[in-house]
Design a protein around this ligand. Sequence first.
Ligand code: HDE
Length: 713
Amino acid sequence: MRYVWNLVAIASIVSAACPYMDGEPALKGRSEGSNEQFLDQFTVDDSDSYLTSDVGGPISDDHSLKAGERGPTLLEDFIFRQKIQHFDHERVPERAVHARGAGAHGTFTSYGDFGNITAASFLNSTGKETPVFIRFSTVAGSRGSADSVRDVHGFAVRFYTDEGNFDIVGNNIPVFFIQDAILFPDLIHAVKPSPEKEIPQAATAHDSAWDFFSQQPSALHTLFWAMSGNGIPRSYRHMDGFGIHTFRFVTASGTSQFVKFHFKTKQGKASLVWEEAQILAGKNADYHRDDLWEAIESGNGPEWEFGVQIFDEKTAESFPFDVLDPTKIVPEELVPFTPLGLLKLDRNPRNYFAETEQVMFQPGHLVRGVDFSEDPLLQGRIYSYLDTQLNRHGGPNFEQLPINRPHVPVHNNNRDGAGQNYIHLNTAAYSPNTLNAGSPKQANQTVGNGFFTTPGRTVTGNLVRKTSPTFADVWSQTRLFYNSLIPVEQQFLINAIRFETAQLKSSIVKSNVLIQLNRVSHDIAVRVAAAIGMTAPDADPSFYNDNKTAFVSIFNTTLPTIAGFKIAVLASVSSPGSLTQAAELATAFAPSKVTVAVIAERLVPGVNATYSAADASTFDGVIVASGAESLFGTNATASTFFPAGRPAQILGDAYRWGKPVGVLGTASGVLAAVGVPRGDGVYVGDGHATGFVSGFEGGLGVFKFVGRFALDS
Ligand code: HDE
């Protein structure tokens, strides 16, 4: 038997767990290593080992202990009881929101020494590296729901800094639905499936959600972002992250400024279209999870530039909105983005449960140099995460789980509780004490590099249950967002609202929705009303503005990289030439890190997937190889290997969903057969792939050919 916790690992666990050992804490400086190195000490390697009981003795567990071969199982069978009991307790409560997600490890590298704006140590020198773990998620769906549902997406980042863990528990949308944390249960009850039927899963296309949105119009701005492409990103790699709330950066000497945290994707922002996203939810419910995993495994780990919008409190007073209101962005025209460093994900978790499921982020995981603002949504979150995590873990020691442990020693007087990992040696577990020479000592701004609240941060006021009047205008920025989209994005947004509201049963809710939409734009209200058999209210220009901001549109840019994209080459086993050409295409696309999946009737060497399994929604572009044309059009050979018309459907869907499509050599005739007109994003090549590939790569960078989508006239 070999239970592979090697001695070195055990020694480091002991020293990690015993922060009161003689001399320097053993883990000091470990944050310079990767998360992988840190987590190595907790891994279990079962290779070449015998099965053991939970307490280490070798056993066999493939039969229960019975009284006779046909007799009942005996109570004395501790092996049976241990195995079944552990299984019975395998699940922990899923997250109350953001249950569905995927995570990965990486590194943050600071661009410089930013001591002039923050005392945060992970930003105090050029090139300083800090391990990170990110978890992406959707909000409303259960743990097993599909990745490509329309939703706000979680973007939670943990920095394992050398002064403790710092979490930015953000989203991919820079604003939130409500302005006061006390409304969160109301929002989530309205959005989650109906209590009696538990329908629909992971969707807001139902009455209670829109009832809440129209009664609580602070929701409009976020709702508009969610109904736009931001609600259905191409992947986790293709979205930005935002801290949403205003926070403070504080320098070591105590001067502070407001900051908004941003993570800007280096892959470019990209979005699916709605029908594609819906079909994808059935064809590959794990699409985003897969994409992230594959990108990292193939060395194309995603990157984000981390930075802030930084401004002093006096400047904030000059803005026409309140920066404490989480339904507002600070347009980058008012305060530009200051880049601080680069975040790169480069390692997948080794155990989903231990790492991704057990990671517990908290807005209250702060480090020296960062402070809260008075945003009432943020204030409530500081409580909620700790509380819900106690429920998920069943006790207060979840911070000791490997994925949650800081990479620096923990010294405090918190003791005991279920699952206590540490063997505390200090018997004077209180402060002040003399019996342990006063340790652990209080640390603050001047002593011990301690966390400190911004000096001079003041609040005054009567006790009230009210929203600040400075939070009242919830329509102007919703319109600002809409104005800033290109026409096709506006159309997608309107179509999304049409799709959702057409499923509402209550005409009162529908007319309340129109009242609110009309306060954003009469045009939107009219266009939605037309789809749901209602009449829009009269225009109310007192609400309207023509302002625009850059940086919010998704569809008007070309992606800076296509690495990690996947294209399908449609081939046929009855045309060996088409398979050869598919293989040549795979080689030709390899330098740009685009993967080619060869699709054919059945699996033979060189074929990656069958027509019955493949779907356009899972590819970023589709090419028909020369020789595969017999599978298309009215004379297509019937096959028992795939549903009738599937090859043509893959090509046609790819075109309808705005993707680049291509045909080579004798396959060029399939365009007409499938009804795909020649035009932007349709690439026609000769029998060889030469010259064709670079054009197609350009098409992948365009990503969506927006001219193919209809606009309301
Ligand atoms: Fe959360 N949120 N939230 N939220 N949130 C949780 O904490 C909550 C809000 C966000 O990948 C829960 O550990 C309240 C805004 C993310 O593990 C819970 C309010 C933003 C994640 C909770 C908000 C977020 C959560 C459930 C209103 C963007 C997933 C499990 C005041 C800035 C983190 C958990 C992960 C998770 C409460 C609003 C982002 C219930 C009360 C605004 C990314 O505590």
